[in-house]
Ligand binder design. Structure first.
Ligand code: HQG
Length: 181
């Protein structure tokens, strides 16, 4: 059975973080040519993966989370970008409340400056607390912050919705964050 987690991590490196290092040029929505991506996969892994493995990865959702999208001959990462050109999304109306999973270590700084994108292009918010707990769990003990997204939107912040479980925003000022006691 092909190791799709390893393939996904390599795709993430190419499509979210270091496209230019792999000769990939992303358009402003993050799309690039799937054949060029495939060439890089075979360059790195030889015959370990088949195109069917790539197709399997693209149609895979992990607990409802979709990382990549293919449209015709183009492919992109849907969120999570860091070292590449700024990815543009269409602004949407967010729900009343969104969630952000973070760690106790980050709390002091978030209380002072709000949520900021850190290494990435956007702050990632979750539609459900379970997802936010998983996101935070990658870094350590989970602290869940409630973001009053509708109020923030009404005050002029733009929200984006790249895939069903995520919303993105450039930053969230403290006025729209409910902190735990
Ligand atoms: C924290 C995964 C200090 C923030 C997940 C987080 C996600 C601050 C960390 C996606 C801060 C950034 C993104 C501030 C925020 N001061 N720390 N002002 N503002 N932080 O990994 O949201 O599995 O860049 O709380 O599912 O953890 O890769 O972002 O702890 O959706 O598909 O700075 O990555 O998706 O960490 O995760 P990250 P994230 P994949």
């Amino acid at each position: 059975m092909a190791d799709l987690v390893r393939l996904s991590k390599f795709m993430s490196l190419m499509l979210r973080h270091k496209a230019a290092d792999f000769g990939l040029s992303l358009d402003e929505n993050g799309f690039t040519d799937i054949d060029t991506v495939w060439e890089q996969i075979t360059l790195k892994y030889g015959t370990q993966y088949t195109r069917a493995d790539l197709d399997a990865l693209l149609s895979q959702t992990e607990a409802g989370k979709q990382r990549y999208e293919r449209v015709g001959t183009r492919i992109r990462a849907l969120y999570g970008h860091s070292g590449v050109r700024e990815i543009k999304y269409e602004a949407v109306q967010p729900p009343e409340i969104l969630y952000h999973g973070t760690t106790p270590e980050a709390l002091k700084s978030i209380r002072e400056e709000g949520l900021t994108a850190q290494q990435r292009q956007y702050v990632h918010l979750s539609t459900h607390t379970e997802r936010a707990v998983n996101v935070a769990g990658r870094h350590g003990k989970a602290i869940i912050l409630n973001v009053r997204a509708k109020d923030a939107h009404d005050a002029g912040l733009e929200f984006y919705h790249p895939e069903p479980q995520h919303y993105l925003v450039k930053a969230v000022p403290i006025a729209f964050i409910d902190f735990p006691e």
